[in-house]
Design a protein around this ligand. Structure first.
Ligand code: CA
Length: 337
């Protein structure tokens, strides 16, 4: 988009030191004619070095990253840093405060809104600010997701293949440094409106994640996230004082990939889904993933749902009820396997 963002801030991104403040998105409504949505932002900077954007709350009901970054803002000090760390712990703040995937103000899904629009609704304006103001300052972006309300995930960090082998190699090194025991390469990707699309346009190393789900906070996901963020900052040379954070060395990771749409399982009918497998199961092509039951028509036979590939069950739908077309599960396979 050609226009300039109307989001303003007291933060001086060029200043050394620690600033914890807000991005102000003008939002004029009955209860507040000249009001703004105050989106929290922190900048911790000292000396020359790379700039890393740490972000959570892209989806408001994905909590492990929000917990991690809220704690990190209180703990990380300029003396710990060489370069600059910009932290957005609740990027789509209205969604985060509502505990919802999308914004209650405009229905906007931030991770389907890039590169955004300065003249659009609040969600499009946030995407535009990230794309046009923040990303040009950065070389690395950690965008911390989870499964949200409707999905449950085995916690992992991930990269998306960009089509640029040199950039993908740098991202893979960062992913190994993050060190989530299970790690993922998204090789299947057809959604340029996601954050990763903007990241690759700006030639940034982009690390994503899926750290749990079920609309709650997964403590194991928080641990994976906290340790991974610290190891990643150290890998980038931004963290100078790693001992303060007492994080163990990265473990040996199981690197997996999601190679195509056929690794997803979708509901063939609306009903009540009874899964036949648990997260972490290794499943086979043709194996039954579960059955859709019709509690309002009990004489009707349940409809079986099948896996279409071999793989590791890494994600499953959390809610019992499903509509036709809902994603019920997806698999991953060993990278390059
Ligand atoms: Ca997400």
């Amino acid at each position: 988009m050609a226009g300039r963002s109307r989001i303003w801030t007291e933060v001086d991104f060029a200043a050394p030191g620690k600033q914890v403040s807000y991005l102000h998105l003008p939002y004029s409504v009955t209860r507040s004619a000249y009001g703004t949505i105050a989106i929290p932002v922190a900048v911790i900077a000292k000396g020359e070095g790379p700039t890393v954007l740490l972000m959570a709350g892209n989806h408001g009901d994905e909590y492990e990253g929000q917990v991690t970054l809220t704690k990190l803002i209180r703990k990380l000090e300029p003396d710990d840093v060489r370069g600059r760390v910009i932290v957005l712990p609740a990027a789509n703040l209205p969604a985060a405060l509502a505990g919802a995937r999308v914004s209650p103000l405009d229905g906007g899904n931030l991770n389907r809104s890039f590169p955004g629009d300065p003249d659009g609704g609040p969600t499009a304006q946030i995407a535009h600010y990230i794309d046009s103001v923040l990303l040009p300052m950065c070389s690395v972006w950690l965008d911390l997701h989870s499964g949200g309300s409707s999905l449950d995930y085995i916690p992992f960090a991930s990269i998306h293949l960009s089509g640029d082998p040199a950039l993908d190699e740098r991202a893979l090194q960062a992913l190994r440094a993050f060190g989530s025991p299970l790690s993922m390469v998204w090789a299947f990707f057809d959604e340029p409106r996601m954050a990763t699309g903007s990241a690759h346009k700006h030639k940034l190393v982009y690390i994503g994640s899926e750290l749990g789900g079920t609309g709650s906070v997964n403590p194991e996901g928080v641990r994976v996230c906290e340790e991974g963020v610290i190891r990643c900052l150290a890998h980038m040379g931004v963290l100078q004082n790693q001992a303060k954070f007492a994080v163990p060395a990265a473990p040996r990771i199981r690197l997996t990939e999601l190679a195509g749409r056929e690794y997803y399982v979708y509901a063939p009918d609306a009903g009540l889904f009874e899964p036949a497998c648990r997260l972490g199961d290794t499943v086979r092509e043709g194996q039954i993933a579960g059955h859709v039951h019709f509690v309002d028509d009990p004489a009707r036979e349940a409809v079986p749902v099948y896996f279409r590939r071999d793989g590791l069950l890494v994600c499953k739908r959390h809610f019992g009820r499903c509509e036709r077309g809902d994603c019920l599960a997806h698999l991953c396979t060993d990278y390059g396997g």
